[in-house]
Each structure stands twice: as structure tokens, then as C-alpha cells.
Design a protein around this ligand. Structure first.
Ligand code: PDD
Length: 282
């Protein structure tokens, strides 16, 4: 079945879908995005992602292109037309089309809205989670507003590619203080030797993961001890467990960081319990 994209109010064959060459998303990466996991036709953490989208738009002073209700209707229609019951929904909003000039265009330029949907098999993600993934660490190279889910992702792209080249699944950025910030497209977690779940607190240098927030609620259900604090790669390598979280990976166990094997080299019980609980509480 050929895929269908939503582009500015119209559903068009994805293969031919296009935006203007002067779209500010293309010219300046002047736009924001969201990714929802879709399961059995439901958008996981639907409201959390819409709330963060509204915040990203506000922080960049990009006009809201349409009401939340209209965006949601278009999102479900995108899923329906692509017959996606399980997979991912992608939404991008840019500042719109205007003659190239770094400063904002005149008021009234309409933001560009694009949505696509992709079917994925949960079993593939489950199979990956059953083995666990490898992570590499790299110096932080991103800007100071990683809390905004901007489409300006070049450092993330380069980091992910470095991970792939090293045979790893994800790259963790390490800041100038020697502390892990987050992954190139995920949040970072460890479970210390004495069983405490640790993840970095929300500041401007990481994305407030919607999955992260959901997993913190799962941790409460599971009565885990939680500390929101930063950790070093050395602490992570000596930890009992590690994992990453994102809409596309849920909670994904990490079994190797650089050359260090984590725990006994297999996915740990806390990461697995959180992954199960996350999928059961959506
Ligand atoms: N990535 N940190 C970064 C840098 C991310 O890009 C993402 C998500 C996360 C996790 O956020 P959430 O749990 O809300 O998905 C953290 C998405 C999935 C992506 O870029 O495809």
C-alpha cells in the first residue's frame, strides 16, 4: 500500500509530497516536531506530546497553525489512511514559507504542517529489548536549548551515525562537566548497584521526554527508589542496569556502554519491568 502524507490540510501520496524550497524548515531548520508511538490505533501519551508541542511552538514564537482538536483529527486521519494500527506518527510544524532571511518573516505567514505515519511491529522492538542494545559516549555538541523539540538535529544525526559506525544503537552525550545529558534520540537511565533508578533532572540541556515522564509514574507504581540527578559515564559503566527511553523505543535495555559490559550483559529486571509496565499502562 502506498503511503499518504498530510501536508497543509491535504492528504497526498507520500512519494510525491513536497514543500516549498523556501520553507523555513528546509532553509533554517526553523521548526519543531513530535513523534508518537501508536499501539492498537491509540497514540501513546497523546496529551503529553501535544502539551510539549505547544511548548516548543511557544518557545520559538511559531504561530499555532490550527486548533489542537483539528491537529488531533488530522493525526488520526493520517493513521487511518495509512492503515497504521501499530507504529509511529510523525508531526512537523515549521515557521512557514518566506523569502530567505534569517529574521522572522512578516506576521501572517502560515506555518507548514506535515504528518506521516509508519507501521512497525512491536515484536521487532521486543526482540531488540530481549537482547539489549549498545551505547557509545560522545562529547556534547548541541545548543543550549535541547528542551525544545526542534528539527535542528545535525549533532544528533552525527552522533547516531557514529553509534551505527561503532556497531551501537545509541550515543549518549557527555557535557563539559563530564555528566551524561541524554541520547541522540532518547533519555538516559541507570540503576545503581544499590538499586536506585537514576535519570537526569529536566533542565534546558535535555528534552523532557514524554516517555521519561510516563516511566517515572511506572517507577512509582513499582515502588522503585528514584533519584533525578546527573551521572557520569563511569558511574553508568559500573551500574547494575542501564536503559534508554523514547516514544519509538519505549524503555530499551542497554547492555554495553563503550567497552564496558553492564551487569551480566543481559537486560536487567528493572528495565524489563518498566518496559512491561509502560506498555500495560498506555
Ligand atoms: N526522539 N531526547 C531526545 C534528544 C529525543 O530526540 C527524544 C525523542 C527523547 C525522548 O523523548 P520522548 O520520550 O518524548 O519520545 C529524548 C524521538 C522519538 C525522535 O526523534 O524520533
Amino acid at each position: 500500500m502506498s503511503r499518504v502524507a498530510y501536508v497543509n490540510g491535504r492528504f497526498v501520496p507520500q512519494r510525491g509530497a513536497a514543500i516549498n524550497v523556501e520553507d523555513r524548515g528546509f532553509q533554517f531548520a526553523d521548526g519543531v516536531y513530535e513523534v508518537w508511538a501508536v499501539q492498537d490505533g491509540v497514540l501513546l501519551d497523546e496529551d503529553g506530546h501535544f502539551t510539549r508541542l505547544a511548548r516548543s511552538l511557544r518557545e520559538l514564537a511559531i504561530e499555532r497553525p490550527m486548533s489542537d482538536a483539528a491537529l488531533r483529527r488530522a493525526a488520526f486521519e493520517t493513521l487511518r489512511r495509512n492503515r497504521v494500527r501499530t507504529g509511529l506518527l510523525y508531526l512537523q510544524i515549521t515557521r512557514g514559507v518566506a523569502p530567505r532571511d534569517h529574521a522572522f518573516p512578516r506576521p501572517g505567514v502560515r506555518p507548514t504542517v506535515v504528518m506521516t505515519a509508519k507501521g512497525l511491529k512491536l515484536e521487532d522492538s521486543d526482540a531488540r529489548a530481549a537482547k539489549g542494545v549498545a551505547v557509545i559516549t560522545l562529547p556534547e555538541t548541541r545548543w543550549a536549548r535541547c528542551d525544545i523539540k526542534s528539527v535542528s538535529l545535525l549533532p544528533n544525526v552525527l552522533a547516531k551515525q557514529a553509534a551505527r559506525a561503532a556497531g551501537a544503537y545509541e550515543a549518549w552525550f557527555v557535557d563539559a562537566d563530564g555528566l551524561v545529558t541524554e541520547g541522540s534520540s532518547s533519555n538516559a537511565w541507570i540503576v545503581t548497584a544499590d538499586g536506585v533508578l537514576v535519570t537526569r533532572p529536566l533542565t534546558a540541556n535535555i528534552l523532557a521526554g514524554v516517555t521519561r515522564a510516563h516511566l517515572l509514574r511506572c517507577a512509582e507504581l513499582l515502588q522503585l527508589r528514584v533519584e533525578e540527578r546527573a551521572f557520569t559515564p563511569a558511574e553508568a559503566k559500573a551500574s547494575r542496569e542501564a536503559f534508554i527511553s523514547s516514544a519509538s523505543s519505549h524503555a530499551m535495555p542497554v547492555v554495553r556502554i563503550d567497552d564496558a559490559v553492564i551487569g551480566d550483559g543481559r537486560p536487567g529486571p528493572v528495565a524489563q519491568a518498566l518496559r512491561r509496565t509502560y506498555l500495560e499502562t498506555t
